[in-house]
Design a protein around this ligand. Structure first.
Ligand code: OAD
Length: 254
C-alpha cells in the first residue's frame, strides 16, 4: 500500500519508540554508489565474492585493500545529505529512537546522529585479520595491506564481508529495537540481505507500523501492512520532519 508524507508525519509526531533501518540509498544523494541499483550499482562491475569476502582477501589482499582504500577516499570526501540530517533531527525529537544502518560510510555520525548501530561495520576503521583488534589509524606508507603493529597480521577493513557474521552486540541491539518500536522506517535499502532484511518483519510481527521509504517498491518484499512512501530519502525525510514537527509547533504556538 502506498502512503503519503502527511500520513507518515502524523505517525512520526505521535510515535514514542521509533526504529530506523538505512541502506545505501540514503547515501546515494551524497554521491556514494549503491550496491544493486541498475544505474549506480557498484556490484554490476565487481563480483562481490571476489572483493568483499575473506576468501577474496586471502587470495588477493592488496587488490581488496586498494579497492576499499578507493571507496574510503570517496567516502571521506562525501558530505551528509538532507536524509542524514533529517534522521539526526528525528533522534533529537523522539525520546526512544534507534538508528540501525547497513551503511559503512559513517555519514550518519557526520550528520550528528549520536547513536548509530552499524550492522556491517565502518569503512573508516580497519582491524587486524589475525587478532581482530580494531584501529582508527594505521601506517599507510609501507606494505599493502599494512601489517598489525602488535601481531604482524594483515590489516583489513572493519566491515562485514559475505559469509561473515554480523557484530553480535549490534545485531542484538537492532533486534531489540525492532521488537520494541511502534514505528519502523526502512529507508533506502533493497531489503534483500539477511539478517538485516528481517528487521522490518520482526517489527511488523510485534505490532509496529512499517514504512518503506524508497523511490520504488519494485523488488521489495511485500507483506500485509507494509506501507510504501515513494521518493528519494533526502527529499522525503526533510518533508517528514517539517510536517511532523511543524504540526506540533503550530499546535503549541497557534
Ligand atoms: P542496495 O544497492 O541493495 O539497495 C539500494 C536501495 O536504495 C534500492 O532499493 C534503491 O531503490 C534505493 N535507493 C536508490 N536511491 C535512493 C534514494 N535517493 N533514496 C532512497 N532510496 C534510494 O543497497 P542495500 O540495500 O543497502 O552488505 O544493500 C544491503 C547490503 O548489501 C549492503 O549493506 C552490503 C550489500 O551486500 C555488505 O556489504 C555486508
Amino acid at each position: 500500500m502506498i502512503t503519503t508524507v502527511e500520513a507518515v508525519a502524523e505517525l512520526l509526531a505521535q510515535a514514542e519508540r521509533v526504529a530506523v533501518l538505512t541502506g545505501a540509498g540514503v547515501s546515494a544523494e551524497s554521491g556514494i554508489p549503491t550496491f544493486r541499483d541498475a544505474m549506480t550499482g557498484m556490484w554490476s562491475r565487481f563480483d562481490p565474492a571476489e572483493l568483499a569476502s575473506p576468501e577474496g582477501f586471502a587470495r588477493q589482499p592488496a587488490m581488496v585493500w586498494n579497492w576499499y582504500a578507493e571507496r574510503r577516499a570517496h567516502v571521506t570526501k562525501a558530505k551528509p545529505n538532507p536524509a542524514h540530517l533529517a534522521l539526526a533531527e528525528i533522534e533529537r525529537r523522539v525520546d526512544r529512537f534507534t538508528l540501525i544502518t547497513q551503511n559503512v560510510d559513517g555519514l550518519h555520525q557526520a550528520a550528528g546522529s549520536g547513536r548509530v548501530i552499524e550492522l556491517h561495520g565502518n569503512i573508516r576503521r580497519v582491524k587486524c585479520s589475525l587478532d581482530g583488534q580494531v584501529k582508527e589509524e594505521w601506517a599507510a606508507d609501507g606494505e599493502v595491506p599494512p601489517r598489525c603493529p602488535d601481531c604482524g597480521g594483515h590489516l583489513r577493513p572493519d566491515v562485514v564481508w559475505f559469509g561473515e557474521l554480523l557484530p553480535a552486540r549490534a545485531f542484538q541491539e537492532a533486534g531489540a529495537a525492532s521488537v520494541d518500536c511502534d514505528l519502523f522506517l526502512s529507508i533506502g535499502t533493497s531489503n534483500l540481505v539477511e539478517p538485516a532484511a528481517s528487521l522490518p518483519w520482526t517489527a511488523h510481527r510485534h505490532g509496529a507500523t512499517v514504512i518503506v521509504v524508497n523511490p520504488t517498491d519494485e523488488g521489495q518484499r511485500r507483506g500485509p501492512g507494509i506501507q510504501y512512501l515513494l521518493g528519494n530519502s533526502g527529499e522525503i525525510l526533510a518533508q517528514l520532519v517539517s510536517a511532523a514537527w511543524r504540526k506540533t509547533s503550530e499546535a503549541a504556538h497557534p
